[in-house]
Design a protein around this ligand. Structure first.
Ligand code: NAP
Length: 312
């Protein structure tokens, strides 16, 4: 008979690797499909100063390396491959990676969500050098500086409000003249004297050699202008990494995994999904917080539930 593993974890960001630490310490020998590249969004950041326990901050990739080594220390088996297919329609569940099938009793999905970028070549080059997608993480580095925020949704308003505590001037650049943001959030941003708006405008280039020095903005009438700024914060949405789960599990209208509660009372499973035995953790289901520490917290909760579910 083929070997059936207890649990597969798909994803190797803070949620997936925290789950791997808990499940390996529970002696369940988790199989982690780390993906290529592994490590999630923190691999794209430089200094992380809001992850508890690191008084002087830590580089994002170094933090993920510590997560990974801690999981491996307790016996998590990490496979550096992308999952190419899953079959959740019958048990044991089947996961395919690099042309090989793996049978598992339970699955914990922690594939995360990718930041939507504008897709400009210089933008990618300057990520971590003035270009960011996380104001709560990086606002502190922009004390007394000028920044722009791109987007017109709640995230853009929230990022601008966070940045206004540090920066001297925050300009929200939005491609339309109407906001997608809720009225209350837009009103809050409008009431802040440090926040300005540049509407009907799009960023067409990111300026600066080793660090961001400005952005080129194209207005609706076709004219362009260069704005001298030190920071550019993207708030144009996220894309959950769920392509491989389509048709296998319930996703919402934006392709995030729908988290379900299974059972009732204190013994219920709160990190469950539409398929019993498949659990979810981290940004792949979370549109609200999207922090490394919240993802790690979700990973811990989901792991404890997997452990309990396997004992039923
Ligand atoms: P969102 O609501 O989808 O808004 C994305 C914004 O980015 C839109 O204004 C969109 O413009 C713009 N955009 C998208 N692609 C673009 C591109 N290529 N170039 C320029 N602009 C582009 O995303 P979100 O703001 O991240 O919010 C996601 C969800 O989380 C929402 O449900 C939101 O309510 C929620 N959220 C809530 C809070 C809160 O309540 N505190 C905070 C953050 C997020 P268009 O408007 O022209 O499409």
């Amino acid at each position: 008979m083929e070997d059936v593993r207890n649990v597969a974890i798909v994803g190797s960001g803070p949620a997936g690797l925290t789950a791997a630490i808990y499940l390996s310490r529970a002696d369940l020998k988790p199989l982690v499909f780390a993906g290529v590249p592994w490590g999630g969004q923190l691999m794209l950041t430089t200094d992380v100063e809001n992850y508890p326990g690191f008084v002087d901050g830590i580089l994002g990739p170094d933090l993920m390396d510590k997560f990974r080594k801690q999981a491996e220390r307790f016996g998590a088996e990490i496979i550096n491959e992308n999952v190419s297919a899953v079959d959740f329609k019958k048990k044991p569940f089947k996961i395919t990676a690099d042309g090989k099938d793996y049978l598992v009793k339970s699955v914990l999905i922690a594939t995360g969500a990718e930041t939507k970028w504008l897709g400009l070549p210089n933008e990618q080059r300057l990520i971590g050098h003035g270009v960011s997608s996380c104001a709560p993480c990086d606002a502190f580095f922009f004390r007394d500086k000028k920044v722009v925020v791109v987007g017109g949704g709640d995230s853009a308003m929230e990022e601008a409000l966070v940045l206004s505590k540090f920066a001297t001037e925050v300009t929200i650049i939005h491609r339309r003249d109407e906001f997608r943001a809720s009225k209350i959030m837009a009103d809050r941003a409008k009431a802040n004297s440090k926040i300005k708006f540049l509407l009907n405008s799009e960023i067409v280039d990111v300026l600066g050699k080793d660090k961001l020095e400005g952005v080129k903005v194209k207005n609706k009438d076709g004219s362009t202008q260069d704005l001298a700024v030190d920071g550019m914060f993207l708030a144009i949405g996220h894309l959950p990494v769920t392509g491989v789960f389509k048709g296998q599990i319930e996703l919402d209208e934006k392709d995030y995994i729908v988290r379900k509660t299974f059972g009732s009372g204190p013994q219920s499973f709160k990190m469950a999904t539409s398929v019993e035995g498949v659990f979810v953790a981290g940004d792949v289901h979370d549109v609200s917080y999207k922090q490394a520490v919240t993802a790690a917290g979700y990973g811990c909760q989901a792991a404890l539930e997997v452990e309990r579910w396997l004992e039923m």
